[in-house]
Design a protein around this ligand. Structure first.
Ligand code: DLL
Length: 433
């Protein structure tokens, strides 16, 4: 179902004229109210009035996470606190969190975008949504929640954690849509199995998963274990939260970006050069409808590709490919670039290997080492030592063959790698310590 048929299926020309109008209003707003933007535009010798076309956007400087940190906590807000009704923050693994604020209209915009997203994934008013994204400063829980209410569906605000109780709720309330991170979803699947509950007997038809990278092979695994269609949803706190883009249920080929609210660009992360459609690079987003906390050319660090082809579902808005990783998560191991998701893809093709893994990078005698710890199922683990060793060698060989890096593979006992209730920690990089 298309929630906002007008905006999601607009002819490109009409869409672009709305984008330009909204972009200019946003630039005026940030220039007038946020000292950081005034300074950055002035240094680049640009006034908001100089932007006469969408193409001119590339003349404006980027905004980075560091810029947001430098203005911690509220320095990037365009309105006084009187007009802020909600604050969220993204934890981040290093340094201070980034803090984002919303006016009442921003909350309404976000809820509407999330209603669009849920509808694109197949949600209807009659659905019951089991929302296991964390509620709190993280945008996942409340973002989905408000969107579900806007759509008119029923939402169970279960949040992350209390995993066993979640399974009981699933059995008793019969939710039809599951929303959670992919890694917590797998944890839920394990808990259900331990409790003797089969997802085949539950009522789920769709799962809406995101907030962390997950490979196509992980998708296949989740679809099989949970007996549902797994849809990818993308977003980030700095831009709004979840609901920046989502796959449609019809095609499931790329995530539709709600371009009447966000202007996406792809850049070469090294040079900052804007790349044409179809090329892979870092996603940069400009928000054009947010009031309290607009971001101009925000460098997401997420690696993807844009596809402007109209989709079978009828939407004309551009699609982004599944995010393959973050430019700052990319591991450079002895000069070879590898994303954790590529290793995940290799692991997931191997029989008996579970989707729970952790990568440890270290440096010994000036050489990088990569250790892949991955769980295997009970059956394999009870196998004789020789068999396990053979499997370790096979995985190492596959990783070398597909990705060109040498890895030490250590098979781990079932359930020995820590489970997360939100985003999984996949990489431990000891080189930085
Ligand atoms: O993760 C918002 C969100 C909540 C998205 C629930 C989807 C569902 P942050 O905590 O600010 O916000 O983290 C944003 O997470 O820059 C990506 O690196 C990563 N990310 C989010 N969605 C996906 C996805 C939320 N579908 C950061 N695939 C982003 C890959 C994702 N990575």
């Amino acid at each position: 179902m298309i929630f906002d048929i007008e905006h999601e299926t607009m002819p490109r020309e009409a869409l672009e004229s709305i984008q330009l109008m909204r972009l200019r209003a946003t630039l005026d707003r940030v220039y007038a109210t946020v000292p950081f933007y005034r300074k950055s535009f002035d240094e680049a010798g640009i006034k908001p009035g100089d932007i006469g076309s969408l193409d001119d956007l590339k003349r404006i400087p980027f905004t980075t996470k560091q810029d947001l940190r430098d203005n911690y906590p509220f320095g990037m807000f365009t309105v006084p606190m009187d007009n802020i009704v909600r604050i969220h923050a993204s934890s981040g693994t290093t340094g201070k969190p980034t803090v984002v604020g919303y006016t009442a209209r921003d909350i309404d915009t976000w809820s509407t975008l999330m209603a669009r997203a849920l509808a694109a994934a197949g949600a209807r008013r009659s659905d019951i949504i089991h929302n296991a994204y964390g509620y709190g400063l993280f945008t996942g829980g409340l973002g989905i929640h408000y969107g579900a209410e806007k759509l008119g569906a029923s939402v169970i605000p279960v949040s992350g954690g209390n995993t066993k109780r979640q399974i009981v709720i699933m059995k008793d309330f019969g939710p039809t849509i599951l929303t959670a991170t992919p890694s917590y979803t797998l944890h839920l699947a394990e808990a259900a199995e331990e409790m003797g509950v089969s997802f085949k007997d539950l009522k789920f038809k769709v799962g809406i998963f995101g907030a962390e990278p997950w490979s196509e092979n992980m998708r296949a695994d989740i679809e099989e274990k949970l007996n549902l269609k797994a849809i990818d949803i993308y977003g980030l706190s700095e831009v709004i939260g979840p609901g920046v883009s989502i796959e449609c249920r019809e095609a499931q080929k790329g995530l539709h970006i709600f371009e009447d609210h966000f202007i996406p660009e792809i850049i070469n992360p090294e040079t900052g050069e804007v790349l044409p459609y179809g090329e892979t690079g870092e996603l940069v987003i400009t928000t054009i409808t947010k009031e309290a906390f607009p971001v101009i050319r925000y460098r997401t660090r997420d690696i993807t590709t844009l596809n402007p082809e109209p989709c079978a579902c009828g939407r004309t808005i551009v699609r982004m490919n599944k995010v393959s990783g973050r430019s700052d998560d990319m591991l450079i191991i002895r000069g070879v670039n590898v994303f954790p998701s590529q290793i995940e893809s290799v692991l997931m093709t191997i029989e008996g290997v579970e989707p729970h893994y952790q990568l440890e990078v270290d440096r010994k005698d000036n050489l990088d080492t990569l250790t892949v710890r991955v769980e295997v199922n009970e059956k394999l683990f009870s196998d004789e030592v020789k068999g396990l060793q053979r499997l370790e060698d096979k995985i190492a060989k596959d990783i070398k063959e597909y990705l060109g890096v040498s890895a030490i593979v250590k098979l781990a006992e079932p359930k020995s790698i820590e489970r997360s209730q939100g985003k999984a920690i996949r990489v431990i990089d000891k080189r930085k310590i």
